[in-house]
Design a protein around this ligand. Sequence first.
Ligand code: C5P
Length: 283
Amino acid sequence: MTPFLNNCPAPAKLNLFLHVTGRRNDGYHLLETAFQFIDYGDVLHFSLRMDGIIERSTTLSGVPPEQDLVIRAARLLQSHSGCALGATIALEKKLPMGGGLGGGSSDAATALIALNRLWNTGISRSELMALGLQLGADVPFFLFGQNAFAQGVGEDLIALTTPDCWYVVVEPGVQVPTPLIFSAKELTRDSKQIKVSDFQQYPKGNWRNDLQAVAVNLFPEILVVLDWLNIYGDARMTGSGSCVFCACQNETSADEILKNLPEKWRAWKARSLREHPLTEWLK
Ligand code: C5P
């Protein structure tokens, strides 16, 4: 048994579009979205413990261990599999919290994938996806491992072919609490359902994120970023915000945009990925 799994990537996702099509009786919203993996994200390191203890060796500002999705994912896998082993987990956080990039969900998915290997628990991908759903609506996508058209609360996934390109992502410097956006009175929840085949025309057409108008109202800085990035391309917010992205034809155009970035924001470029970098471990 390997005692370590170091440098495990937890990539970010972008929502290329996001429609809110309804609301379930439990308050969760029915969505339609296209999830896109990008090659920028957090990195996790795992070392095996024989004493069954699960602990983190790094701190995450404002997130106590019992709320940390990585620790919760590890405990869930441990109890579900009846495994007596533990792990010490280090997290290198690059993705902003409350940024709509799925950072916490991706960290949790990477913890499930890596610990399933480290502990040799042999849980299947579909079982891991069901466990992941208990942790958050975006987690199953990261375990699905391919760019996807999602329905339901985000767990009903169909593999998608998306354009290979570069993206510029701008962080407006505000942390958006997802429940605040979904609970807003003014959120429109009646977008017409589309079919996965309608996505084949992407990026042609009027693609939008239904959560954007609400987020912009509550956090006006997001609109300032959208207005700035729209000069260079079709800028859109990802998830419930706050990050804003636009597609670029090549790396040089991404660099050109980044050169002109106002100092008050952080921004970076990333390449589209066709699949999760750890997808081999899920087979
Ligand atoms: O599942 P996740 O932790 O990402 O969701 C955070 C919150 O966002 C939920 O508690 C819920 O209030 C809201 N949400 C929703 N519908 C979704 C996803 C999230 O209402 N499909």
